[in-house]
Design a protein around this ligand. Structure first.
Ligand code: FSB
Ligand code: ZN
Length: 259
């Protein structure tokens, strides 16, 4: 049927027809205003990714996803606003067309070139990712902004693998990648309660947005645009770009800032 996407016929403005929560009270992304209340009780976010290694890289028809083994507590985030440790399950990106920005969250109305999402789930309180993804405190997503500048030293291992997952539904081995190498120097963050930014748009995410962007080159970003929304067997060849949802109403939510 009319599967959701980012086109004119199935894009973000139409998602509410099949996913009414799209018009809910804690939707993501949002714009982060210039002035955010600083909460001294907010401790640092800790990313324990030491024994963390990836399993595969895939194209799910919406983004490029690096998948992790989440069968134990080896790679977790804890601290900050989180009551429990949350296990890393996958990371993926959102980006724009050539010369266009494609981040999901904006800061004082400004977009970034791209946004990386590190997706974690609360395995202390829930028995599976699917259950956690539908529960109010089930997920924690760390958002990292990408701005164009110098080549990112470690991103090329991901962009070099993209030719292997050009088409929707493709997947290939991608072992030994530790996303710690994608973090900016500072872990200062904003945090608020929101949702998945794609259908089913579950309101289950504690968002942790790092304030500092990482730099990637236009050339590296260009390799993201070699990916396709469509499968190898489809007639249509749709370049994967502009796979971002625009900011949603804050609806009275509080955004807190770490120091
Ligand atoms: N862009 S983001 O907010 O970081 C985001 C993160 C994860 C998902 C996801 O896992 N969807 C599939 C899914 C949803 C619910 C239950 C099981 C699933 F596999 C969607 C969006
Ligand atoms: Zn995302």
């Amino acid at each position: 049927g009319n599967h959701w996407g980012y086109g004119k016929e199935n894009g973000p403005d139409l998602w509410h027809t099949h996913y009414p929560v799209a018009q809910g009270s804690r939707q993501s992304p949002i714009d982060i205003p210039r002035q955010v209340s600083h909460d001294p009780s907010l401790g640092p976010i800790v990313l324990d990714y030491d024994h963390c290694t990836s399993i595969s890289i895939s194209n799910n028809g919406h983004s490029v996803v690096v998948n992790f083994d989440d069968t134990d507590e080896r790679s977790v985030i804890h601290g900050g606003p989180l009551e429990n440790p949350y296990r890393l399950k996958q990371f993926h990106f959102h980006w724009g067309g050539k010369g266009c920005d494609g981040s999901e969250h904006t800061v004082a109305g400004n977009s970034y070139a791209s946004e990386l999402h590190l997706v974690h789930w609360n395995a202390v309180k829930y028995t599976s990712f699917d259950h956690a993804a539908a529960a109010p405190e089930g997920l924690a997503v760390v958002g990292i902004f990408l701005e164009t500048g110098d080549d990112h030293r470690w991103l090329h291992t991901i962009t070099d693998a993209m030719y292997m997952v050009k088409y929707k539904g493709s997947i290939t081995d991608f072992k030994g990648f530790n996303p710690k190498c994608l973090l900016p120097s500072s872990l200062h963050y904003w945090t608020y309660l929101g949702s998945l930014t794609t259908p089913p748009l579950h309101e289950s995410v504690t968002w942790i947005l790092l304030k500092d962007p990482i730099a990637v080159s236009e050339k590296q970003l260009g390799k993201f645009r070699l990916l396709q929304f469509t499968g190898e067997e489809e007639d249509q060849r749709l370049r994967m770009e502009n796979n971002f949802r625009p900011p949603q109403p804050l609806k009275g939510r509080r955004i807190r800032s770490s120091n």
